[in-house]
Design a protein around this ligand. Structure first.
Ligand SMILES: C[S@@+](CC[C@H](N)C(=O)[O-])C[C@H]1O[C@@H](n2cnc3c(N)ncnc32)[C@H](O)[C@@H]1O
Length: 366
């Protein structure tokens, strides 16, 4: 759609100077776009200016009537966030409690709807679609992440009725059912950080592999020997197998279904250069097992825990636990790196500690 309005036709090289001058003179029409015509610009005007005003421009010009496109009205622009999308639909109190962040897994948005906004969940879902045109499903969180498989239920509230999607992360594609397996897009940076430390030829044990975000990214980024990816959740292992094929890392990532302690004990002792232990609430219970998976010459453990702000040093307990298990196994230990991975709950954080465990200490020389 175009509108026929008065424009100032000026040579292109004077365009910016004239536009600024017209803004100062308050006759630049911001509701229409500047048009191009050969070597000239057609600058839209709010009215036909008087000769006195035009004299101030001091450049060659012509007044013409031309068809120009209107700029997009603010109302039709895509909202940048939920607050913008809902500002004329919710009360100020309601706007103050709408969630500021939510997870996007593939084309599914997973949002926590506060108790006081349940009545507005359809409006909120519509706002999510307006902010993210690529989203096809909006689901609301129901309950907390829990159980041995670390799964949280989500209920679809708008869009297509499905909970399965394909999530892309650093060039990998992960098929996932948000209701049946653990997966968090908030761990993407941590997956990448660990993957970037791996060296060619390594053997790795991913003790709590889920659908494979650590294992598959590593296998795709580096010519490793093998990654043994273990999980106890049968559905997660089915997705893991599908994702291995989807990302063409068959033969490099070896999936195992079962309890990680038993699988290491029976099949993977003394094999690994690196072990990943992403089960933050209870990883400490598996430290002896992780250490037994390392090669006798030593290796690196990526250990995760939930740390609280109330602790004097948020990393202290994790380091103590790794040190004590290493000592029990007769290994020396060096902490290579520690970091806060992400906020987990009020005053709580998921933390990561990378530890290098050296070869067995010769107790006769110590
Ligand atoms: C926090 S999730 C991590 C998944 C994955 N590493 C990631 O980054 O998305 C922990 C996983 O450990 C699995 N799990 C829990 N206990 C286990 C055990 N004893 N043996 C093997 N897997 C276990 C759960 O089923 C879950 O998939």
């Amino acid at each position: 759609m175009t509108n026929k309005i008065f424009c100032l036709k000026v040579p292109k090289q004077h365009g910016e100077r004239v536009r600024s001058a017209l803004i100062k003179l308050k006759i630049f029409d911001q509701s229409h776009k500047i048009a191009h015509q050969d070597q000239f610009l057609l600058i839209p005007l709010v009215e036909r200016p008087s000769p006195a005003v035009l004299a101030e421009l001091k450049i060659p010009f012509e007044i013409v009537e031309a068809e120009v496109e209107p700029t997009v009205p603010a109302k039709e622009r895509k909202p940048r966030n939920l607050t913008e999308a809902l500002e004329d639909k919710l009360t100020p109190f309601e706007l103050a409690i709408i969630p500021v962040s939510y997870d996007i897994v593939g084309d599914i948005a997973i949002i926590e709807i506060p108790e006081g906004l349940m009545h507005a969940q359809n409006l909120i879902a519509k706002a999510v679609f307006d902010v993210h045109p690529q989203i096809r499903v909006v689901a609301k969180k129901v309950g907390a992440v829990g159980g041995e498989f670390r799964v949280r239920e989500a209920q679809v509230i708008a869009g297509e009725t499905r909970t399965t999607t394909i999530h892309k992360e650093y060039g990998c594609r992960f098929k996932v059912d948000i209701n049946k397996v653990y997966f968090s897009p908030r761990l993407a940076t941590e997956h990448k950080r660990v993957a970037s430390q791996v060296r060619p030829g390594e053997t790795i044990v991913d003790m709590f592999a889920g659908i494979g975000p650590f294992s598959i990214l590593i296998a795709k980024s580096m010519p490793i020997e093998k990654i043994y990816a273990i999980d106890k959740n049968p559905v997660a292992v089915e997705f893991l197998k599908e994702n291995i094929k989807l990302n063409k890392v068959e033969g490099k990532v070896i999936p195992f279904l079962g309890d990680t302690k038993k699988i290491i004990e029976t099949k993977l002792k003394n094999q690994a250069d690196r072990v990943i232990m992403n089960l933050p609430h209870t990883a400490f219970e598996f430290l002896d097992s992780a250490i037994s998976a390392l090669k006798p010459v030593g290796g690196i453990i990526h250990y995760y825990e939930i740390g609280s702000e109330e602790q004097h040093d948020i990393f202290e307990r994790a380091i103590e636990r790794i040190t004590s298990s290493a000592k029990k196994a007769g290994r020396e230990i060096e902490i290579l790196h520690k970091r806060i991975v992400r906020p987990y709950a009020p005053y709580e954080y998921q933390i990561a500690v990378d530890a290098l465990l050296n070869s067995y200490i010769d107790i006769n020389t110590k």
